[in-house]
Ligand binder design. Structure first.
Ligand SMILES: [Zn+2]
Length: 84
């Protein structure tokens, strides 16, 4: 299944990924077909393989599968840490 969707990673996305900043959104790795939330402890992908999604549903719709490491955490750290 071809992987589709997502946005090009901006410099800020890349910095947040490298810094493991737990923020809104998800990133997909086009070379593996896995997507993660920002702040996932997994090794960073190559930037050229990086796609950014606003919602998990968008990544799923694009053919990406959830990373086991951040799926285990289940909830976004940022939703816990930043009550509105
Ligand atoms: Zn992950």
């Amino acid at each position: 299944m071809a992987l589709t969707g997502g946005c090009e990673a901006l410099d800020q996305d890349w910095q947040d990924l490298l810094g493991k900043v737990a923020r809104a959104g998800f990133y997909g790795v086009a070379s593996t077909g896995i997507y993660c939330d920002f702040g996932c402890p997994s090794r960073p992908p190559l930037r050229k393989n990086l796609r950014v999604f606003a919602a998990a549903e968008q990544a799923e719709a694009g053919g990406y599968r959830r990373c086991k490491r951040c799926a285990a955490r289940d909830v976004h750290a940022w939703t816990e840490a930043a009550p509105i």
